[in-house]
Design a protein around this ligand. Structure first.
Ligand code: PMP
Length: 428
């Protein structure tokens, strides 16, 4: 055995907050098992160390003549390069700093060319399902295999107006099933029909190497707080043209190069044509620095070992769940689909919210319950009526008359998850 590799694979990356202890209703206390990485992952210790080293020295970005402003501007702009490297961006791609994936996709939606058609699967997270409301949107039915996803998209694109602009939006890894979507094939289909594609990598990027160039996607979006950095910053990276032809997402200082009064009394604005065009206002320099620190930490740890370790945890959770006859794991693509460390399930006869509350109160395990901001997908997977907004997903939704759950439980993990947390979950 290669001991060096073995050690790297087995040792979880250190994360902050691992030593939190929580009281149990059964008496005593236990270390908190954070198994809700898909919502927000604990920050890596290395990210906190980098933030702590920089935080006392932050200054205004792009605005000050003083030393700390220059330092902050350098760190901010270098962070853009670090993120571009992490994402495998092409020459000419722009990295725009946003607040989150939701913000990134809303920015792209605001930058669509006139008449753009948008194609999106009904299985998307609401952040990638909903921002396109002002465009002509075609919602595609849930596919049951990756090949069917490509087929469904091909057929929809073949019917589209071939001369107008079009955008496909797809999630790389589902925040419900953890299943990895055939992004490269979907990108090829989009491009074959003259459409562009944006990848929602909120769940993929923290668990899997991504490369904009290799996947051949036009844009990519992700959030810092799911990529082991704290809250407040996100990224939209990719082709410059649509972004620079669009009106600024936010109007204000930083986005404007010059502003002058006009003879007729109005104002003329010359907007930047760099990423700054969509970054008006004073940016979240610490949040951006934290994202870059996380990108560096993941790159240095190496995705080979991170993926190997996470996959061993996925296998342990799935094997544990398979031993409980009442448990049904939610899946669109079936058992063999490649997946990240995100697993949702229901327990026959159980209210999922009570189940999640019991995991917390009796075992100190933090998971999520509900419909996970992907209502149409979870309803489809649970076999409930996808058109019924009714009780489904309410926090106290009881199983229906047949004992069928109306919401689900999600367990998710990644870099920094100790084996013991997963073992405790399986035991619980
Ligand atoms: N897309 C996916 C696949 C997600 O899982 C999430 C967060 N659950 C989002 C988008 C939205 O991310 P944020 O809340 O950081 O904007």
């Amino acid at each position: 055995p290669n001991t060096a590799v073995d050690t790297a694979v087995r040792a979880p990356l250190p994360v902050l907050g691992r030593d939190v202890t929580v009281p149990l209703v059964t008496g005593g206390e236990v270390s908190y098992a954070a198994l809700d990485y898909a919502a927000s992952a604990p920050a890596l210790q290395r990210v906190w160390d980098d933030i702590a080293a920089y935080a006392p020295y932050y200054g205004s970005v792009h605005r000050g003549a003083g030393y700390l402003s220059q330092l902050s501007t350098d760190l901010f702009e270098n962070s853009r390069d670090t993120v571009a490297d992490f994402l495998g961006c092409r020459d000419g791609d722009q990295v725009v700093f946003t607040r989150s994936t939701t913000d990134s996709l809303n920015l792209l939606a605001a930058a669509l060319p006139a008449g753009c058609q948008v194609f999106v699967f009904e299985t998307e997270h609401h952040a990638s399902l909903l921002p396109w409301r002002e465009a002509r949107v075609t919602y595609l039915n849930a596919p049951r295999t990756p090949a069917e996803a490509v087929d469904t998209l091909e057929r929809a694109l073949a019917d589209r107006d071939p001369y107008g602009p079009a955008l496909v939006c797809v999630t790389g890894a589902s925040n419900v099933t953890g299943e990895i979507w055939p992004v490269r094939e979907l990108a090829a289909a989009a491009h074959a029909h003259g459409a562009r594609i944006v990848l929602d990598a909120a769940q993929l990027a923290p668990h899997h190497p991504v490369s904009v160039a290799e996947l051949d996607v036009d844009w990519i979006a992700f959030s810092g707080h799911k990529l082991y950095a704290p809250f407040g910053s996100g990224v939209l990276a990719g082709r410059a043209d649509w972004l620079q032809d669009a009106e600024p997402y936010l109007a204000g200082g930083g986005a404007s190069r010059t502003v002058a009064r006009r003879a007729d009394g109005g104002v003329d604005v010359d907007w930047h044509t760099t990423a700054a065009r969509h970054e008006a206002g004073s940016p979240n320099v610490i949040g951006v620095y934290a994202i870059a620190a996380a990108c560096k930490a993941l790159t240095e740890a190496g995705f080979d070992s991170l993926v190997a370790r996470e996959q061993s945890l996925v296998a342990a959770v799935r094997a544990g769940l398979a031993e409980v006859p009442e448990v049904k794991v939610l899946s669109l693509f079936g058992d063999d689909a490649p997946r990240v460390g995100v697993i949702s399930f229901v327990v026959e006869g159980w209210n999922s919210s009570h189940f999640a509350a019991a995991l917390s109160a009796e075992y100190g395990i933090g998971v999520r319950d509900g419909l996970f901001c992907a209502h149409p997908l979870v309803r489809t997977l649970l076999g409930s009526d996808p058109q019924d907004p009714g009780e489904c997903g309410a926090p106290d939704a009881e199983p229906d008359a047949q004992g069928k759950s109306l919401n689900a439980i999600r367990v998710s993990f990644g870099a920094g998850t100790p084996d013991e947390h997963v073992e405790r979950f399986v035991r619980a």
